[in-house]
Design a protein around this ligand. Structure first.
Ligand SMILES: Cc1cc2nc3c(=O)[nH]c(=O)nc-3n(C[C@H](O)[C@H](O)[C@H](O)COP(=O)(O)O)c2cc1C
Length: 366
């Protein structure tokens, strides 16, 4: 089932007409034409890969609803990934992609699995991807998308063969960079025209999608907004935590000492967050007393969150697990079907376009 979008009985304002809706849709379709063409979808909306959440059910639901679902491969082995791709393909005939983490020790084998299963798009995430991985994807006939945390890296990745860029601001859920989506979009969008650019991080409504498209984005990527989809297998406790949370509850992980770097991850504050701070304090004290080497201290800090996302998403341990979430969690108010979520986003974008057109008509008539 594809998102229904606006039909006559769903027109919100009495003065909205079907002709107006068609016109608004044509404007939106022009704005995201490049993204739709690149992804092969009706909507240039990617469902950002979320480890444990973006598996066959949610990915297929997003693609079936006209968006672009992306499998999160996380630390999967090649066999597990092959299995997940096959299971997803059994649920949808529409295009979907696979997200690979660049520091995975079997990165090139995972690329080969994608190619062997005719996956059309591979997203390389979690660090600057090796040129060999980009080349392997392209040579195998798939399209390579890369994350760029700054303009200079976006340019470099395009030179290395990236066929699309994703810019993800610090409002996003999960591992984050230091720069907000709004600033990254201004830094990158006016200067990268060679390939489509998709904007991610903090997007929860259609008005925001429209504004990034008008700034030159080819499309967008949303993660947090899809966690509470009916089709998402996230544990009911995980979903409940999202529905209850406001934007300010989604905080980046804190680093207590510059000698012990912590990769920033945005997640809902919970008892594990405080426990992490306490663990860092203990480890740093033991290091200061000479009881731990710097390397062992760093490992202990890094080990703290191992398996924590799975505990929260799959087991529902919302106290001891990691509740990775973006600030747009404040815009998640209920469980909805994936079709409804996409429908709502498109409708919000169309409403702005249509309201503008009507205002212009009024101005002309005066
Ligand atoms: C629970 C969760 C897990 C995530 N896991 C991954 C991941 O495995 N790989 C990745 O590239 N991005 C990951 N992300 C980021 C999303 O793909 C997406 O870019 C991000 O959620 C967009 O920002 P938003 O949350 O504000 O919509 C994750 C995000 C969340 C909320």
């Amino acid at each position: 089932m594809t998102a229904a979008f606006l039909t006559a009985d769903r027109l919100q304002a009495p003065s909205r007409t079907m002709a107006g809706v068609d016109e608004a849709r044509a404007v939106l379709d022009r704005l995201w034409a490049r993204g739709r063409e690149f992804l092969g979808t009706e909507l240039a909306i990617m469902g950002g890969a979320m480890t444990w959440v973006s598996e066959r059910n949610l990915v297929a639901a997003i693609s079936n609803a006209g968006g672009f679902g992306v499998i999160a491969s996380g630390s999967m082995s090649p066999d597990l990934l092959a299995n997940e791709i096959e299971a997803t393909a059994a649920l949808t005939g529409r295009p979907f992609g696979v997200n690979l983490i660049t520091m995975h020790p079997q990165l090139l084998e995972l690329v080969d699995v994608c190619l062997a299963h005719s996956v059309g798009h591979v997203v390389l995430a979690g660090g600057i991807p090796p040129a060999a991985a980009i080349a392997r994807i392209r040579d195998g006939g798939a399209r390579a998308l890369c994350f760029a945390p700054a303009l200079v890296l976006a340019k470099k990745l395009v030179r290395s063969g990236a066929e699309a860029i994703v810019i993800e601001g610090s409002e996003a859920g999960g591992h984050i960079g230091p720069v907000s989506t709004a600033v990254l979009a201004q830094e990158v969008l006016p200067h990268v025209s060679e390939v489509p650019v998709f904007v991610a991080g903090g997007i929860g409504r259609g008005e925001a999608i429209l504004s990034y498209l008008e700034m030159g984005a080819a499309g967008v990527q949303l993660g947090t907004r899809f966690v509470c989809a009916h089709e998402s297998i996230a544990h009911p406790n995980f979903k409940r935590a999202f529905i209850r949370a406001s934007a300010r509850d989604a905080m980046p992980s804190a680093q207590l000492d510059t000698r012990f770097p912590v990769i920033p991850v945005r997640a809902l504050a919970n008892p594990a967050t405080e426990h992490f701070a306490q663990t860092q304090r203990d480890v740093i004290e033991r290091f200061s007393r000479g009881e731990l080497s710097q390397k062992d201290a760093q490992l202990e800090i890094e080990h703290f969150w191992a398996g924590a996302l799975r505990r929260a998403v799959i087991d529902g341990d919302v106290e001891g697990g990691s509740l990775m979430a973006g600030q747009s969690v404040g815009l998640v108010s209920r469980e909805q079907s994936t079709v409804d979520i996409l429908d709502e986003l498109v409708e919000q974008a169309l409403a702005v376009i249509d309201a503008r057109r009507r205002a212009e008509d009024r101005d002309r008539q005066q």
